[in-house]
Design a protein around this ligand. Structure first.
Ligand code: BV8
Length: 243
């Protein structure tokens, strides 16, 4: 894909970049998306699995689902899209704001990462909030805390507030960046998708990278349609020649 010369010039004048990412950036790592044609939500209902009441009703079933996803994530590795973003840190102030719980941005070497919806590698007690980040033992059923409380994955379920520090940090970075990249997200889940409006109304240049249009494509100054794992390395090599 031939990158637009205006975008190249815009990169030349820029200092701070934000990459707002969704499941699409991890698709090429073999992690299923939610809404794509083989999306998770085509088979399973978010309200049956990704919410607190469902967990308290049937923690076994919800844990089976997260352990299934954790197994896929552990068998996968960062792809050229994650790696390109990590390497762009050598040329710009880069902030990653992700909806993904798969930890792949960190594994790719990205330092400045806001996790809006949590991280599947962390767990905590629903009662005393004690954290359990080592591998949990499921040999005697769902893991129970010393206080008797159920241990849950540290992810944000529907109807739950986002972690305050992660959201306010993301809002600040979105309002202060020169270029805001929207990568591999259908931009339908809120308040995360609202960050695109924050960046746009703060004058940032909006660059969308997706296989297809999304409900917020109208906000994009540049829409690059294709695979993130092919487009982001091109942006990196364009930048490498720039500086
Ligand atoms: C809350 C963690 C306050 C768990 C997740 C305003 C309007 C409408 C609804 C609401 C609203 N405000 C709040 C709501 C309700 C709800 C919501 O947004 N519902 C939606 C569905 C309408 N929001 C909430 O509940 C949030 N909390 O608001 O709290 C509150 C409190 C009490 C009462 C009321 C309100 C919490 C939301 C967080 C839920 N947790 N994940 C887990 O993962 O198990 S959301 C989860 O789904 C992901 O984290 C992600 O956010 C979302 C999936 O979206 P995407 O990542 O974009 O993935 P998707 O598959 O949809 O799209 C992939 C895209 O990639 C596609 O466009 C595809 O074309 C593209 N693609 C594919 N391959 C590639 C590619 N692009 C490039 N390259 C490729 N190779």
């Amino acid at each position: 894909m031939k990158l637009d010369i205006d975008l190249i010039n815009k990169l030349k004048q820029s200092k701070s970049l934000v990459f707002f990412t969704g499941a699409g950036i991890s698709a090429e790592s073999g992690i299923p998306t939610f809404r794509g044609k083989d999306g998770i939500w085509n088979k399973l209902k978010p309200e049956e699995l990704a919410n607190f009441n469902a967990f308290m009703r049937n923690p076994q079933m919800v844990w089976e689902w997260y352990n299934h996803r954790k197994k896929i994530i552990h068998e996968s590795k960062p792809n050229p899209a994650h790696i390109a973003i990590a390497e762009l840190q050598n040329h710009f102030d880069v902030t990653v704001v992700t909806q993904n719980i798969d930890n792949l941005h960190r594994r790719a070497g990205s330092k400045n990462v806001f996790e809006l919806h949590g991280n599947i590698e962390r767990n905590y007690c629903v009662n005393c909030k004690k954290f359990y980040n080592e591998e949990l033992d499921f040999s005697s059923g769902v893991p129970i805390c010393g206080c008797g409380g159920l241990i849950r994955p540290d992810v944000v379920w529907f109807g739950e507030y986002l972690p305050e520090d992660q959201f306010t940090g993301s809002e600040k970075a979105s309002a202060e960046c020169d270029i805001f990249f929207v990568v591999g997200t259908s931009a339908v889940v809120y308040p995360a998708a609202g960050l695109i409006n924050v960046a746009e109304s703060s004058g940032a240049t909006i660059v969308e990278i997706n296989l297809e249009e999304t409900p917020l494509s109208y906000l994009a100054d540049y829409s690059l349609y294709g695979k993130a794992g092919e487009i982001l390395p091109e942006i990196l090599s364009a930048c490498a020649t720039l500086i």
